[in-house]
Design a binder for this molecule. Sequence first.
Ligand code: PRX
Length: 633
Amino acid sequence: MNNLRINSFSEYKKAYKESIENPEMFWDNIAENFLWKKKWNNTLEFDFSKSEFKWFKEGKLNITENVLDRHLEKNGNKTAIIWEPNNPLEETRIITYRQLHAKVCQFANVLKNNGIQKGDRVCIYMPMIPELAIAMLACARIGAVHSIVFAGFSSAAIASRINDAQCKLIVTANEVYRGEKPINLKHIVDEALKDCPSIQTCIVYRRELEPTMMVGGRDKFWIDEMAKASKDCLAEEMDAEDPLFILYTSGSTGKPKGMVHTTAGYMIQTAYSFDNVFQMQPEDIYWCTADIGWITGHSYIIYGPLACGATTVMFEGIPSYPDFGRFWEIVEKLKVTHFYTAPTAIRSLAKESLDYVLKYDLSSLKVLGSVGEPINQEAWHWYNDYVGKGNCPIVDTWWQTETGSIMISPLAGITSTRPTFATLPLPGIQLALMDENGQEIVTSAEKSEGRLTIKFPWPSMARTVYGDHQRYIETYFSTFKNAYFTGDGAYRDAMGYYRITGRVDDVVIVSGHNLGTAPIENAINEHDAVVESAVVGFPHDIKGNALYAFVILYDDQNPSEQLIKEIKDEVSKSIGAIAKPDKIQFVKGLPKTRSGKIMRRILRKIASNETDFGDTSTLLNPEIVQDIEKGKL
Ligand code: PRX
């Protein structure tokens, strides 16, 4: 996509200026680079008061023609996906654009043969195998809306997501290995489907040759269905604003929010940002280590890279198996040029012997990326010195499930970096720091600190919360007038560089995973012995943040190791193992305001080993603070 590429810092500044002065013209020019069935007639229509945003109105297209068909003539034999299995002894799979296109069309016909039509929702609960990419793109081919659930979530979490979106079909796999651990996804799905009346069909990919229990009339094997399906499938004509997918993200309260992303804006901005942030050359090999179950995998393993005709690596395993050198072994073997991972992964590898890194030839690397949480100084320098050998720019990319694509990031080799700073907004992104009174902070002081907001729409923004537009309005557009509130705090230096300081709401980023504390508390409270609980985050060397639960038990219950285990199991059951608290402290009470609200600010300080709790006199029960502090873990 050569027409989109920014090649120097002065070009960046020019593009940024144009994008602010005339956003519509700016995005029009970018949109011209794509394949449309019918051109749009109005670039942007929006109304902050109703939180309604429409991009490329009346435009018609299919995203799969842009990420697949468009490349076939010149680059059909180029590798689209390189798949690296969990077990290094198993073979790497290479899938060209032509092969991927054929498989996607074939699976699109499988979906159709099973009654799926444009607009239907399809749940995908799969390991990191190419069939996951095929299934998601097949949905897009026929205009079905995919809802991918990370394959580490529990049955209850799958069921609530399926029911929220009323999915008609689910695609899964049987047994998979993560490191040495076997996980039977099909069992987890079977359990979930007990409570999912909307599901009519379950398609099972056989990852392992285990006997698999199939439910008659509902369950079908991938291989059998594919054998019956043709490889030709015309791409459904979609409106620019038709939903492409739903992806759930934690909220600070209540159930997860199904963020709805639409077709054209999402496609254009993921491609544009991928192209400019990573600055790939045609022969480069790009590897993003995220899981496709998260937004990073959607936007920067699949849609962004494939829209740009890049070669993207998909890795099924974990960084520690068979040993802590696995990432670097893969970089050497596949000659990866662009490597994009999370600070948690960097920290967990940095604490192991350096030999794991030094043993491998990493000279193919050109660009390193970081995403998902603030990267601390130590991790940044380790990444820079030992992985990049001081030669690879680090792009610290800030964005969210809701933003769809990268909002703040250096452009590799173009924007000078500053450790721990995500640096500057991409063209088209109008940031503002707000003070507590909702006033924009406009100074260019060395350190302006505030709440990070975005004051003009951008094409890849999520358009609504599935089935609950009011929640979308309240969560993102009610805190500040005429601006999207990110939920993050940030500061800006005199050069205009942004550093994200972390969440200012009740979402905690643990190992790069976005977890709401309310659903975890609800899970803990499910235990019969528990009266009430409060969960907060605290700093953790590897995970960035970890969870600390303060739990009140009924009078007749005694704290025990067994009880701690049972409480953790409740959380695993209801959400998934990633949400299990690291620390559980049993307490007699929780600090509350006079209106009965838990003062989490104080609990956060206790959990973080801070001692200055500020004014506690307004609490209903100030004496409890000392009591909790004494029993601190
Ligand atoms: O707090 C910010 C943090 O991750 C949150 C978004 O999480 P999620 O929707 O799961 O998307 C993660 C992948 C894009 C943000 O509100 N975050 C993400 N990237 C960064 C970050 N914090 C600091 N620096 C980043 N580069």
